[in-house]
Design a protein around this ligand. Sequence first.
Ligand SMILES: NC(=O)c1ccc[n+]([C@@H]2O[C@H](COP(=O)([O-])OP(=O)(O)OC[C@H]3O[C@@H](n4cnc5c(N)ncnc54)[C@H](O)[C@@H]3O)[C@@H](O)[C@H]2O)c1
Length: 392
Amino acid sequence: MIKIGIIGSGSMGAGIAQVAATAGHEVFVFDSNPVALERAQSNLLATLNKLAEKGKLDDRTAKAIFGRTYYLSELAAFSETGLVIEAIVEDLAVKKSVFKQLEGIVSADCLLATNTSSLSVAAIAAACQRPERVLGIHFFNPAPLMQLVEVVPAIQTSPDIAKQAKLLIESWGKLVVLAKDTPGFIVNRVARPYYGEALRILEEGIADIATIDWAMTALGGFRMGPFTLMDFIGNDVNYTVTETVFQSFFYDPRYKPSFTQKRLCEAGWLGKKTGRGYYDYSEGAKNPVAQQDEELGKIIFARILVMLINEAADALYMRIASRDDIDLAMTKGVNYPKGLLQWADEIGIENCVHMLDALHGEYLEDRYRCSPLLRKMAKTKQTFFETGDQRH
Ligand SMILES: NC(=O)c1ccc[n+]([C@@H]2O[C@H](COP(=O)([O-])OP(=O)(O)OC[C@H]3O[C@@H](n4cnc5c(N)ncnc54)[C@H](O)[C@@H]3O)[C@@H](O)[C@H]2O)c1
């Protein structure tokens, strides 16, 4: 069994290390900050103890997992690894310098992966002498609990390396989807309207946060409403992803960030972690209550959903990923109640096109342009799936 190297022992690195060690690998974890290393080690011990207490792991297994995870303040041991996953700060220059340094240490056949959420994998690979062994392996937070992993080959990556990585991560019990090296890959691209369109509805005064959240959960079946979810993720994190995707798409208005969210970030209303976001989390705080007006709720839900469907269809149209992988990514990466392409079939592609055209007609904004794929499918009366061939 190959040894796994992890660079960066923050939330992601620590989680990925736990996943790899649980799958039976010896794992070397490196971080430039000794405090982060110590914290990751004591957190792993605490997590494993908790799992053992709950009976989800036996004591011996828990001890073995801990025993094969090594926290190192030097990279020398990485010469023995077969795969290194980098999960350090989201900064291209820093990542490039780490990859360059790594290449001087690891063996010739070691795979080098980045867990970046938003940077170009091609740009990171370009720092290496052998870019064909570099790829993106994008885990979701928390890595031990989230089933989905996006494998992202860069244009330089050898197809064989992507295949090897996919098989390995699947052997860790994960569901792997393949995504093109484009901003936001699948999930962080397709999910944008869940936040962006909710914010737009709020800004236009169509409904308040509680009513929008109620519409998406009670009528739409989503686990968390968009405002509760943004508060949970952190408005700073969520805003940065939106802004990065917007810039990376050469300012496509579909991804335009919202002033409302920007102001919340500037005010330090980051969400649950600061006790205040869209909602007030302090004790005894009075928060808005949903209107529970079914007619209004249906309008809100239909508008956000059709914008999500449009993104999913466009991702397929632009060959970012396969039909099945796009639907799997959204149900497993962000727990959507249904795959968006399957949902489009259920609503009817023609209806989706009408809804999008109505929004476009009302606002005359490029943001509401319908994907050419949906338009083409509506004309030829096609569906994404034949009845009964959905994977989930
Ligand atoms: N947090 C998420 O939800 C999430 C999800 C998917 C992907 N990612 C990506 O994963 C990566 C890590 O994110 P995170 O949330 O774990 O960050 P984090 O801030 O929790 O951890 C980053 C760690 O990297 C260490 N570090 C920084 N520079 C280093 C260097 N040059 N060498 C070694 N260690 C260094 C830091 O000390 C820190 O412990 C980022 O690229 C991020 O975009 C994050």
